[in-house]
Design a protein around this ligand. Sequence first.
Ligand code: NDP
Length: 437
Amino acid sequence: KKRNPGEPEFHQAVFEVAASLMPYIVANPTYEDMQILERMTEPDRTISFRVCWEDDEGNIRVNRGFRVQFNNAIGPYKGGCRFHPTVTQSVLKFLGFEQQFKNSLTGLPMGGGKGGANFNPKGKSDREVMRFCQSFMHELFRHIGPDTDVPAGDIGVGSREIGYMFGAYKQLTNRFEGVLTGKGLEFGGSLIRTEATGYGAVYFLQNMLDQKGVDMSGANVVLSGSGNVATHAAEKVNQLGGKVLTMSDSAGFIHDPDGISEEKVNWIKNLKNVRRGRISEYADHFTNASYHEGKRPWSVSCDFALPCATQNEIDISDANELIKNGVRGLAEGANMPTELDAMHAFQAAGVLFGPAKAANAGGVAVSGLEMSQNSARISWKEGELQDLLQNIMKGIHDSCHKYGEGKGKDGDTDYVAGANIAGFVKVADAMLAYGVI
Ligand code: NDP
């Protein structure tokens, strides 16, 4: 905390990982002798820069952009960019720190990084977003490259923003190369990248349930968010026979006791991605649905929970309410949506808990596959990619299970410890091979 003052999100992420890694490190003293965890908590570099742009009224606006290049021991830095007013160095360091473990878990050769800006795309015109993205890339382009650092989307950065940024990079460098992932299919994007994080989170939940012989069909699922991850998680729950009861945005949540079917999910995608409206409109449109302003959906009774909006959206009282109402499993679609004491409460209650770095790794895994396709200048078919995603999620589950087996309540699997250790080992061993640098 002394080394990184004023960075609470970063402290939270490091504390969580260190707590479950320490017994493993003590049992394998080379990691401690070589200060591997200490080195992994310091980014290789953090770049912070001015992003200056002109709004539609001709006013000059100034934002702060960042790229945190955390660790490239096992591959080029890789991780999304977030555009949101809450973006700070601390938030991006927490995300970049987590990303190095997550990328390692996928089994693909990707290091960890994260970036973004404290820019609020809400209420901005298309042209304003374009000018912002171009200005952001005006500095970022000199720090990235297909073998150096490959950014992608995150909150507030979807296919529109990736298109503007890729266009700017191409113009600035005069190179057409796989420098960003999440691109449009016309210019090097991969099929199923858009769906991958949400689908992957549900596959991870399903893998944990398979281990216990539990079926998802007919189950009630409470889900938060209504963005990329949330809508695709909802789609996959429907495909596997579950019933999605809630979705949300930063203003409140909707509860639909009839279930948010695939057709209704498509309506939400249109509302959010095309009309850029609010989730409250759902309750005006669909009978029996209700809207709860300023509230989160965790009070609705369910079998499984999928937090897919943002960090720290489940606190201890939310966790206690979910447990009281009978939740049996949770997979984190968002990054660090569960506060530490809430996570401990779930684990103590024997709730299957799939941590973000494992459960939401499907997106970056398909981004890794997009990088491979770009390097080879080919495009794989949808079926091949669907199979690869399912296999990668199963592989991640099995690694977490292997390293977490017997470490949980009553000898159960501790997926949090399992994910941290499994993600750590590959990066740590590469760092050992490089010596002291
Ligand atoms: P989107 O921008 O598409 O959607 C974000 C959703 O979360 C929106 O519904 C948004 O509501 C809501 N939200 C944002 N901030 C808050 C807040 N402070 N309180 C409550 N709700 C909030 O982002 P994604 O779906 O891409 O990302 C969601 C999460 O998943 C993030 O944690 C991200 O880091 C993580 N993730 C995303 C990946 C991806 O492939 N996209 C990959 C791995 C992780 P509103 O519309 O009101 O802003």
